[in-house]
Design a protein around this ligand. Sequence first.
Ligand code: 0X9
Ligand code: ZN
Length: 301
Amino acid sequence: NFGWTSYHTLTEINNWLASLATEYPKIVTVIDLEQKTTEGRIIRGVKVSYKEGNPGVFLETNIHAREWITGAVSTYILNQFLTSQNAEIRALAENFDWYIFPQVNPDGYVYSHTSNRMWRKTRSKTNILCYGVDPNRNWDHAWMVAGASSSPCSDSFAGPKPFSESETQALSNFYRTLKNIPIYISFHSYSQLLMIPFGNTTDRLSNYDDAVQIAKNAAAKLKERYGTSYKVGNIAETIYKASGGSIDWIKDATDTVFSYVYELRDTGRYGFNLPPDQIIPTAEETLDSLIVLVNESYEKV
Ligand code: 0X9
Ligand code: ZN
């Protein structure tokens, strides 16, 4: 049975997503992206829609394979949207159409289970010695401009060209087919940060003041439950310069008004190996913050 006291395999997650569509046929639709991964796997997400005409929110998680907490938190949130009796969670679930893709780098995720727990990248072969491209350096925005490597053996290898990866192609091509998605959110780990574009420059977005204020309000809400502190700001000034990330392309190349990236727990004690007993508390506090982040962002669209 699916739960949040341990981390799940890709197969368990994909089967669980399919089971939701059976259990909630009027609300949940499985979305298998048209393009498969390098190793031929399906990239599966769901759309949760309670009514016609809702604005959309897109949630992308685990683009970096080893960041297991991110996919665990997005499935927890998805489950809450379907089962919670809390009024604020119900409103968030029912007043937006949610596109939730828990595992957008399935090959890497499988590899992080079977071979190397610390695997980050995709599993494409650009070099005989070293596999994989950093899928969060591969999007076609300021590609290879900052904090990205042209060496196939590097963990931040941006790829031979923008959108070289099946996975970033699959996701960006699908995203372009969607309409009315004012908000995009990506979960990474770890560091406890909540950031806005861009990764290549500290230049301010036209809606920088709103985005930062909203993110600060969301981080304040997050802290209320367990005291977890998050830092807020532009990517380049908060973590480091890093270009070619998903939220930057989404903000620059599509009509999406607000895009955010979380770096979930912790700050380094366990790092990517966050113990499974922290899945539920991390998910609860993150969902607390999302209620603020999404509602306040939508007011400013
Ligand atoms: O380096 C990254 O891609 C992210 N940090 S992580 O430790 N999870 O790898 C930061 C993402 C910043 N986002 C963009 N550069 N768009
Ligand atoms: Zn990451």
